[in-house]
Design a protein around this ligand. Structure first.
Ligand SMILES: [Zn+2]
Length: 384
Protein backbone atom coordinates (compact mmCIF):
# COMPACT_ATOMS: atom_id res chain seq x y z
CA UNK A 1 0.00 0.00 0.00
CA UNK A 2 1.20 3.46 -0.80
CA UNK A 3 -0.04 6.30 1.30
CA UNK A 4 0.74 9.87 0.42
CA UNK A 5 0.52 12.95 2.50
CA UNK A 6 1.12 16.41 1.20
CA UNK A 7 1.32 19.14 3.72
CA UNK A 8 2.11 22.73 3.05
CA UNK A 9 4.94 24.21 4.96
CA UNK A 10 6.79 27.47 4.84
CA UNK A 11 10.18 27.73 3.22
CA UNK A 12 12.44 25.10 4.57
CA UNK A 13 15.31 26.60 6.46
CA UNK A 14 18.55 25.31 7.85
CA UNK A 15 17.83 23.92 11.26
CA UNK A 16 20.34 24.57 13.96
CA UNK A 17 20.08 21.25 15.68
CA UNK A 18 22.31 20.14 18.48
CA UNK A 19 22.33 16.56 19.63
CA UNK A 20 20.85 17.62 22.96
CA UNK A 21 17.32 16.61 23.80
CA UNK A 22 16.23 20.21 24.27
CA UNK A 23 16.82 20.99 20.62
CA UNK A 24 15.20 17.74 19.48
CA UNK A 25 12.11 18.57 21.49
CA UNK A 26 12.17 22.10 20.11
CA UNK A 27 12.28 20.64 16.62
CA UNK A 28 9.17 18.56 17.38
CA UNK A 29 7.40 21.62 18.77
CA UNK A 30 8.38 23.60 15.70
CA UNK A 31 6.84 20.95 13.47
CA UNK A 32 3.66 20.97 15.51
CA UNK A 33 3.28 24.72 15.13
CA UNK A 34 3.97 24.62 11.39
CA UNK A 35 1.45 21.80 11.00
CA UNK A 36 -1.17 23.74 12.96
CA UNK A 37 -0.58 26.75 10.73
CA UNK A 38 -1.04 24.61 7.63
CA UNK A 39 -4.77 24.71 8.46
CA UNK A 40 -4.72 28.51 8.24
CA UNK A 41 -3.51 31.62 10.09
CA UNK A 42 -3.95 31.61 13.87
CA UNK A 43 -3.20 33.80 16.86
CA UNK A 44 -0.56 32.65 19.32
CA UNK A 45 -3.28 31.87 21.86
CA UNK A 46 -5.08 29.69 19.31
CA UNK A 47 -1.80 27.93 18.48
CA UNK A 48 -1.33 27.24 22.17
CA UNK A 49 -4.78 25.65 22.33
CA UNK A 50 -4.39 23.50 19.21
CA UNK A 51 -0.86 22.30 19.97
CA UNK A 52 -1.09 22.06 23.75
CA UNK A 53 2.17 24.03 24.04
CA UNK A 54 2.56 26.88 26.51
CA UNK A 55 2.13 30.43 25.21
CA UNK A 56 5.77 31.14 26.16
CA UNK A 57 6.97 28.23 24.01
CA UNK A 58 4.72 29.33 21.14
CA UNK A 59 6.03 32.86 21.37
CA UNK A 60 9.68 31.74 21.32
CA UNK A 61 9.23 29.36 18.41
CA UNK A 62 7.16 31.86 16.41
CA UNK A 63 10.00 34.39 16.79
CA UNK A 64 12.43 31.78 15.54
CA UNK A 65 10.17 30.84 12.60
CA UNK A 66 9.77 34.50 11.72
CA UNK A 67 13.53 35.01 11.75
CA UNK A 68 13.81 32.03 9.37
CA UNK A 69 11.17 33.62 7.06
CA UNK A 70 8.86 30.67 7.55
CA UNK A 71 6.02 32.73 9.00
CA UNK A 72 4.73 36.30 8.95
CA UNK A 73 3.18 37.91 12.01
CA UNK A 74 0.78 40.84 12.22
CA UNK A 75 -0.93 42.55 15.16
CA UNK A 76 -4.64 41.81 15.44
CA UNK A 77 -7.34 41.73 18.10
CA UNK A 78 -8.92 38.62 19.52
CA UNK A 79 -11.92 38.85 21.91
CA UNK A 80 -11.16 42.54 22.25
CA UNK A 81 -7.56 41.94 23.28
CA UNK A 82 -4.40 42.62 21.39
CA UNK A 83 -2.97 39.50 19.81
CA UNK A 84 -0.42 38.44 17.25
CA UNK A 85 -1.65 36.64 14.17
CA UNK A 86 0.73 34.12 12.66
CA UNK A 87 0.54 32.76 9.15
CA UNK A 88 2.81 30.64 7.02
CA UNK A 89 4.96 32.40 4.47
CA UNK A 90 2.98 32.59 1.22
CA UNK A 91 5.86 31.06 -0.68
CA UNK A 92 4.88 27.56 0.34
CA UNK A 93 6.89 24.43 0.07
CA UNK A 94 5.64 20.91 0.31
CA UNK A 95 6.85 17.72 1.92
CA UNK A 96 5.68 14.41 0.49
CA UNK A 97 5.37 11.39 2.76
CA UNK A 98 5.26 7.90 1.28
CA UNK A 99 4.75 4.65 3.12
CA UNK A 100 5.56 1.36 1.42
CA UNK A 101 3.56 -1.40 3.03
CA UNK A 102 3.71 -5.09 2.52
CA UNK A 103 0.43 -5.20 0.65
CA UNK A 104 2.00 -3.63 -2.44
CA UNK A 105 4.93 -6.00 -2.41
CA UNK A 106 2.86 -9.17 -2.17
CA UNK A 107 0.79 -8.09 -5.14
CA UNK A 108 4.04 -7.43 -7.00
CA UNK A 109 5.73 -10.72 -6.18
CA UNK A 110 6.12 -11.81 -9.80
CA UNK A 111 7.73 -8.55 -10.92
CA UNK A 112 10.82 -6.71 -9.81
CA UNK A 113 9.09 -5.45 -6.70
CA UNK A 114 11.44 -2.76 -5.63
CA UNK A 115 11.57 -1.22 -9.10
CA UNK A 116 7.83 -1.61 -9.57
CA UNK A 117 7.24 -0.04 -6.17
CA UNK A 118 9.52 2.84 -7.03
CA UNK A 119 7.69 3.38 -10.33
CA UNK A 120 4.35 3.36 -8.50
CA UNK A 121 5.68 5.90 -6.01
CA UNK A 122 6.79 8.10 -8.89
CA UNK A 123 3.44 7.92 -10.70
CA UNK A 124 1.43 8.57 -7.54
CA UNK A 125 3.60 11.48 -6.51
CA UNK A 126 3.39 13.09 -9.94
CA UNK A 127 -0.40 12.68 -9.97
CA UNK A 128 -0.71 14.11 -6.49
CA UNK A 129 1.41 17.15 -7.33
CA UNK A 130 -0.60 17.71 -10.52
CA UNK A 131 -3.92 17.47 -8.67
CA UNK A 132 -2.71 20.02 -6.14
CA UNK A 133 -1.33 22.38 -8.79
CA UNK A 134 2.22 21.87 -7.56
CA UNK A 135 5.55 21.28 -9.27
CA UNK A 136 8.82 19.66 -8.22
CA UNK A 137 10.03 23.12 -7.28
CA UNK A 138 7.44 23.26 -4.50
CA UNK A 139 8.66 20.06 -2.90
CA UNK A 140 11.38 20.32 -0.25
CA UNK A 141 11.71 16.59 0.03
CA UNK A 142 10.11 13.19 0.02
CA UNK A 143 10.00 11.11 3.19
CA UNK A 144 9.63 7.39 2.67
CA UNK A 145 8.72 4.61 5.08
CA UNK A 146 10.01 1.07 4.59
CA UNK A 147 8.50 -1.77 6.65
CA UNK A 148 11.73 -3.26 7.90
CA UNK A 149 15.10 -2.51 9.41
CA UNK A 150 17.28 -0.06 7.51
CA UNK A 151 21.03 -0.09 7.76
CA UNK A 152 21.92 3.56 8.15
CA UNK A 153 25.52 3.00 7.08
CA UNK A 154 24.66 1.77 3.59
CA UNK A 155 21.08 3.14 3.31
CA UNK A 156 19.93 -0.32 2.31
CA UNK A 157 17.10 -2.48 3.60
CA UNK A 158 18.58 -5.03 6.01
CA UNK A 159 17.82 -8.73 6.18
CA UNK A 160 14.77 -9.53 8.25
CA UNK A 161 12.68 -6.95 6.44
CA UNK A 162 9.07 -7.72 5.74
CA UNK A 163 9.91 -6.80 2.13
CA UNK A 164 12.64 -9.33 1.31
CA UNK A 165 12.68 -8.14 -2.30
CA UNK A 166 14.11 -4.80 -1.19
CA UNK A 167 17.04 -6.26 0.73
CA UNK A 168 20.37 -4.88 -0.38
CA UNK A 169 18.89 -2.31 -2.75
CA UNK A 170 20.18 1.20 -2.29
CA UNK A 171 16.66 2.41 -1.75
CA UNK A 172 17.46 6.03 -1.02
CA UNK A 173 19.66 6.49 -4.09
CA UNK A 174 17.24 4.66 -6.39
CA UNK A 175 14.27 6.68 -5.18
CA UNK A 176 16.17 9.97 -5.43
CA UNK A 177 17.03 9.11 -9.01
CA UNK A 178 13.48 8.01 -9.91
CA UNK A 179 11.64 10.86 -8.20
CA UNK A 180 14.16 13.57 -9.03
CA UNK A 181 13.84 15.01 -5.52
CA UNK A 182 15.68 14.83 -2.19
CA UNK A 183 14.64 11.62 -0.45
CA UNK A 184 14.80 10.63 3.23
CA UNK A 185 13.95 7.07 4.20
CA UNK A 186 13.23 5.51 7.54
CA UNK A 187 11.70 2.44 9.08
CA UNK A 188 7.89 2.64 9.18
CA UNK A 189 7.73 2.10 12.96
CA UNK A 190 10.15 5.00 13.54
CA UNK A 191 7.96 7.15 11.30
CA UNK A 192 4.86 6.09 13.22
CA UNK A 193 6.57 7.17 16.44
CA UNK A 194 7.64 10.47 14.87
CA UNK A 195 4.09 11.11 13.64
CA UNK A 196 2.56 10.34 17.05
CA UNK A 197 5.12 12.50 18.85
CA UNK A 198 4.57 15.35 16.39
CA UNK A 199 0.85 15.29 15.65
CA UNK A 200 -0.84 12.73 17.86
CA UNK A 201 -2.90 13.54 20.97
CA UNK A 202 0.20 12.73 23.06
CA UNK A 203 2.22 15.19 20.97
CA UNK A 204 3.71 16.74 24.10
CA UNK A 205 5.28 13.45 25.22
CA UNK A 206 9.08 13.45 25.32
CA UNK A 207 9.26 9.67 25.72
CA UNK A 208 6.92 7.72 23.53
CA UNK A 209 6.83 4.17 22.20
CA UNK A 210 4.92 3.41 19.00
CA UNK A 211 4.17 -0.25 18.43
CA UNK A 212 2.96 -1.45 15.07
CA UNK A 213 1.26 -4.82 15.05
CA UNK A 214 0.89 -6.23 11.58
CA UNK A 215 2.38 -9.14 9.65
CA UNK A 216 5.51 -8.08 11.54
CA UNK A 217 5.81 -6.31 14.88
CA UNK A 218 8.08 -3.31 15.28
CA UNK A 219 8.48 -0.39 17.62
CA UNK A 220 9.59 3.19 17.13
CA UNK A 221 11.13 4.89 20.14
CA UNK A 222 11.16 8.58 20.96
CA UNK A 223 13.42 9.31 23.92
CA UNK A 224 13.96 12.83 25.26
CA UNK A 225 12.09 14.15 22.23
CA UNK A 226 14.18 12.46 19.52
CA UNK A 227 13.92 9.16 17.61
CA UNK A 228 16.40 6.52 18.78
CA UNK A 229 18.53 4.99 16.01
CA UNK A 230 21.24 3.17 17.94
CA UNK A 231 24.45 2.07 16.27
CA UNK A 232 23.26 0.63 12.95
CA UNK A 233 19.86 2.27 12.82
CA UNK A 234 18.22 -1.01 13.75
CA UNK A 235 16.24 -0.30 16.90
CA UNK A 236 12.80 -1.20 18.16
CA UNK A 237 12.99 -4.82 16.96
CA UNK A 238 10.62 -5.83 19.72
CA UNK A 239 9.02 -8.40 17.39
CA UNK A 240 12.14 -10.51 17.96
CA UNK A 241 12.11 -10.38 21.73
CA UNK A 242 12.02 -13.94 23.01
CA UNK A 243 8.75 -14.72 24.75
CA UNK A 244 8.94 -18.52 24.64
CA UNK A 245 12.37 -20.20 24.52
CA UNK A 246 10.88 -23.35 23.07
CA UNK A 247 8.37 -21.65 20.80
CA UNK A 248 8.10 -21.76 17.02
CA UNK A 249 11.16 -20.98 14.88
CA UNK A 250 11.03 -17.37 13.68
CA UNK A 251 12.05 -15.95 10.29
CA UNK A 252 14.97 -14.28 12.12
CA UNK A 253 16.37 -17.70 13.08
CA UNK A 254 15.52 -17.53 16.76
CA UNK A 255 12.67 -19.28 18.56
CA UNK A 256 9.54 -18.04 20.25
CA UNK A 257 9.91 -14.41 19.18
CA UNK A 258 6.97 -12.10 19.86
CA UNK A 259 6.15 -12.19 16.14
CA UNK A 260 5.66 -15.97 16.25
CA UNK A 261 2.93 -15.43 18.86
CA UNK A 262 1.33 -12.09 18.19
CA UNK A 263 1.68 -11.00 14.54
CA UNK A 264 -1.49 -10.87 12.45
CA UNK A 265 0.05 -13.63 10.29
CA UNK A 266 0.29 -15.92 13.34
CA UNK A 267 -3.23 -15.07 14.49
CA UNK A 268 -4.56 -15.85 11.02
CA UNK A 269 -2.66 -19.18 10.94
CA UNK A 270 -3.98 -20.23 14.33
CA UNK A 271 -7.57 -19.33 13.57
CA UNK A 272 -7.45 -20.90 10.10
CA UNK A 273 -7.10 -24.40 11.61
CA UNK A 274 -10.74 -24.59 12.65
CA UNK A 275 -12.36 -22.12 10.31
CA UNK A 276 -14.01 -23.32 7.11
CA UNK A 277 -13.65 -19.94 5.37
CA UNK A 278 -10.60 -17.77 4.85
CA UNK A 279 -9.42 -15.87 7.94
CA UNK A 280 -8.29 -12.29 7.40
CA UNK A 281 -7.41 -9.32 9.58
CA UNK A 282 -10.94 -8.04 8.89
CA UNK A 283 -12.53 -11.30 10.04
CA UNK A 284 -10.41 -11.21 13.24
CA UNK A 285 -11.78 -7.73 13.93
CA UNK A 286 -15.39 -8.77 13.30
CA UNK A 287 -14.95 -12.05 15.22
CA UNK A 288 -13.59 -10.23 18.26
CA UNK A 289 -16.45 -7.74 18.19
CA UNK A 290 -18.98 -10.57 17.97
CA UNK A 291 -17.36 -12.34 20.92
CA UNK A 292 -16.11 -15.34 18.93
CA UNK A 293 -14.32 -17.41 21.64
CA UNK A 294 -11.32 -18.63 19.60
CA UNK A 295 -10.71 -15.15 18.21
CA UNK A 296 -10.84 -13.63 21.68
CA UNK A 297 -8.47 -16.30 23.00
CA UNK A 298 -5.95 -15.70 20.20
CA UNK A 299 -6.18 -11.94 20.81
CA UNK A 300 -5.75 -12.48 24.55
CA UNK A 301 -2.62 -14.62 24.07
CA UNK A 302 -1.21 -12.11 21.59
CA UNK A 303 -2.02 -9.15 23.85
CA UNK A 304 -0.40 -10.74 26.91
CA UNK A 305 2.74 -11.55 24.92
CA UNK A 306 2.87 -8.01 23.52
CA UNK A 307 2.40 -6.64 27.03
CA UNK A 308 5.22 -8.87 28.26
CA UNK A 309 7.62 -7.43 25.68
CA UNK A 310 6.36 -3.88 26.20
CA UNK A 311 6.76 -4.27 29.97
CA UNK A 312 10.51 -4.69 29.49
CA UNK A 313 10.60 -1.64 27.24
CA UNK A 314 8.60 0.38 29.78
CA UNK A 315 10.91 -0.67 32.62
CA UNK A 316 13.91 0.44 30.54
CA UNK A 317 12.57 3.73 29.15
CA UNK A 318 9.71 4.76 31.44
CA UNK A 319 7.72 6.35 28.58
CA UNK A 320 4.73 8.64 29.14
CA UNK A 321 2.74 6.69 26.58
CA UNK A 322 2.73 3.60 24.40
CA UNK A 323 0.74 4.03 21.19
CA UNK A 324 -0.45 0.91 19.37
CA UNK A 325 -0.92 1.07 15.60
CA UNK A 326 -1.54 -1.36 12.77
CA UNK A 327 -4.74 -2.87 11.35
CA UNK A 328 -6.01 -4.24 14.69
CA UNK A 329 -5.86 -0.82 16.36
CA UNK A 330 -9.52 -0.23 15.51
CA UNK A 331 -10.39 -2.89 18.10
CA UNK A 332 -9.37 -0.30 20.70
CA UNK A 333 -10.09 -1.65 24.19
CA UNK A 334 -10.56 -5.24 22.97
CA UNK A 335 -6.90 -5.15 21.91
CA UNK A 336 -5.56 -2.87 24.65
CA UNK A 337 -7.03 -4.74 27.61
CA UNK A 338 -4.86 -7.90 27.34
CA UNK A 339 -1.83 -5.77 26.41
CA UNK A 340 -2.36 -3.65 29.53
CA UNK A 341 -2.63 -6.79 31.67
CA UNK A 342 0.65 -8.02 30.18
CA UNK A 343 2.38 -4.69 30.82
CA UNK A 344 1.20 -4.57 34.44
CA UNK A 345 2.39 -8.11 35.01
CA UNK A 346 5.90 -7.36 33.73
CA UNK A 347 6.66 -3.86 34.98
CA UNK A 348 7.52 -2.47 38.37
CA UNK A 349 4.25 -1.07 39.78
CA UNK A 350 5.08 2.63 39.47
CA UNK A 351 6.08 2.28 35.82
CA UNK A 352 3.14 0.05 34.91
CA UNK A 353 0.62 2.32 36.56
CA UNK A 354 1.98 5.55 35.06
CA UNK A 355 2.43 4.39 31.45
CA UNK A 356 -0.55 5.41 29.32
CA UNK A 357 -1.60 2.91 26.66
CA UNK A 358 -3.65 3.97 23.68
CA UNK A 359 -4.39 3.11 20.07
CA UNK A 360 -3.13 5.38 17.31
CA UNK A 361 -5.57 8.10 16.35
CA UNK A 362 -3.66 8.78 13.14
CA UNK A 363 -4.60 5.35 11.74
CA UNK A 364 -3.25 4.38 8.35
CA UNK A 365 -1.91 7.87 7.82
CA UNK A 366 0.56 7.58 10.70
CA UNK A 367 3.58 6.43 8.71
CA UNK A 368 3.00 8.81 5.80
CA UNK A 369 2.59 11.70 8.27
CA UNK A 370 5.81 10.60 9.94
CA UNK A 371 7.52 10.51 6.54
CA UNK A 372 6.50 14.12 5.97
CA UNK A 373 7.69 15.01 9.50
CA UNK A 374 11.02 13.43 8.64
CA UNK A 375 11.41 15.84 5.70
CA UNK A 376 10.62 18.82 7.92
CA UNK A 377 13.35 17.71 10.34
CA UNK A 378 16.02 17.67 7.65
CA UNK A 379 18.10 20.75 6.97
CA UNK A 380 17.38 22.66 3.77
CA UNK A 381 20.90 21.94 2.59
CA UNK A 382 19.49 18.53 1.62
CA UNK A 383 17.51 20.31 -1.10
CA UNK A 384 19.03 20.00 -4.52
ZN1 LIG B 1 12.47 -13.45 15.43
Amino acid sequence: MLAFMVSREGNSTPTRRNPGSQSALRQLNRERIVQALAAGPATQAELSRTTGLSTATISNIVKELERDSMVHTAPTTSSGRRALQVRLNADNSVAVGIDFGREASTSLVLGHHAEHGIAMAHDLMERLLRENGLTHGDVIGVGIGIPGPLDRRSHTVAHGAVLPEWVGIETEARLREALGLPVHIDNDANLGALAEATWGPYGGAENLVFLKIGSGIGAGLIVNGAPVYGNLGITGEIGHSTIDDRGAVCRCGSRGCLETIASTTTMIEQLSRNEPGPVTTRSIISGAREGHPATLRVLDDAGLAIGHALGTVANLLNPEVIVVGGPLAELEELLLEPIRRGILRHTIPMVGASTALTVSSLGERAEALGAAALVFRKPASAKK
